[in-house]
Design a binder for this molecule. Structure first.
Ligand SMILES: NC(=O)c1ccc[n+]([C@@H]2O[C@H](COP(=O)([O-])OP(=O)(O)OC[C@H]3O[C@@H](n4cnc5c(N)ncnc54)[C@H](OP(=O)(O)O)[C@@H]3O)[C@@H](O)[C@H]2O)c1
Length: 282
């Protein structure tokens, strides 16, 4: 597959529409189908490079890559029923499904199936920083990757078809943790939330810079106190909780982290670094 392979996008809802737009913008001949044709008509009126398909088989004629973005597993099954034999086409499914549903879809389509996770919502689709995770056979991913780069970063996370949704689910916690801590900081500081957002954005590279270092420490099972020991963090976290409480702000998120620190200290990690918290999480 190349950066100009022919693509069919099945489902022109919020996600499917921006996916179709990104493939077309990257120069892929792109066909779009939607159960309710008016959605496709509107999209093609806006993006004339797109071709509107009148049926699923019409959409699949002459394409190398089939992308699914419909409501749920039932909708995917209905679309696959209508598609008939898929031949050598690669099928990438961005529809959210449970692990059991993902496995059943992978069994149904075979080794040309990739399960995809659109990690950046609809906002960054087609942007070089938009993140997309894929699970499935390594050779299928390698073949489709040049085309998938039209959507953003294309990263394989495993050959088990359930891997993309596992990563998606686990990393949602990261997003919620950052946003929850931001909302807490806004409540503690008061004033303009936009000001807090700007300063927090300047602070985040420091925090994200710690991820790789701490990842290395966790893999090695060694937790140096380079960035402060748990005993030092315990005092800082107590100070944060006291400050929030003084200002009448709920500090539940930080209390949860404090609970983990207490458990880790009790388990003998007082002199270790923050990454030793993984020892009590596992
Ligand atoms: N939006 C996001 O940011 C995002 C991010 C990651 C993952 N996802 C996942 O991507 C999938 C699509 O999300 P969305 O936001 O695009 O949803 P959406 O805007 O509600 O669109 C749903 C699409 O599914 C189609 N559909 C529903 N039932 C169908 C059926 N039985 N047969 C064929 N088509 C059917 C709809 O067609 P009609 O127009 O005919 O109703 C529509 O095109 C979901 O599983 C969602 O969890 C979304």
């Amino acid at each position: 597959m190349t950066a100009h392979s022919r693509v069919a996008v099945l489902g022109a809802g919020s996600l499917g529409a921006v996916i179709a737009r990104a493939f077309a913008a990257a120069g892929h001949p792109t066909t779009v189908w939607n159960r309710t044709p008016t959605r496709v008509d509107r999209l093609v009126a806006e993006i004339p490079e797109l071709r509107a398909a009148t049926s699923v088989p019409d959409a699949l004629a002459d394409v190398d890559l089939v992308v699914l973005a419909v409501a749920d597993a039932t909708a995917v099954a209905a679309v696959l029923d209508a598609a008939g034999p898929l031949g050598s086409r690669v099928v990438v499914n961005f529809t959210s499904t449970t692990p059991e549903q993902t496995r059943a879809l992978a069994d149904r389509v075979g080794p040309r199936y990739l399960d995809g996770a659109a990690m950046s919502g609809t906002r960054l689709v087609g942007d070089p920083t938009g993140l997309f995770l894929y699970a499935g056979a390594a050779d299928t991913f390698a073949e489709a990757e040049p085309a998938l780069r039209a959507l953003g970063i294309a990263r394989a996370v495993g050959t088990d078809p359930g891997a993309a949704s596992l990563w998606d689910t686990a990393l949602l916690g990261l997003n919620l943790g950052v946003l929850g801590a931001f909302y807490q900081a806004v409540a503690i500081i008061g004033g303009s939330a936009l000001d807090v957002a700007e300063v927090a954005t300047q602070y985040l590279p420091f925090a994200t810079g710690l991820l790789v270092d701490h990842g290395r420490q966790i893999d090695a099972g060694e937790y140096p106190d380079d960035d402060g020991s748990l005993a030092v963090y315990a005092a800082a976290v107590d100070h944060l909780i006291a400050t929030a409480t003084d200002r009448g702000v709920a500090s539940d998120l930080t209390v949860a982290v404090r609970t983990l620190i207490t458990r880790a200290v009790d388990a003998g990690h007082a002199d270790d670094g923050l990454s030793s918290l993984t020892e009590v999480l596992r």
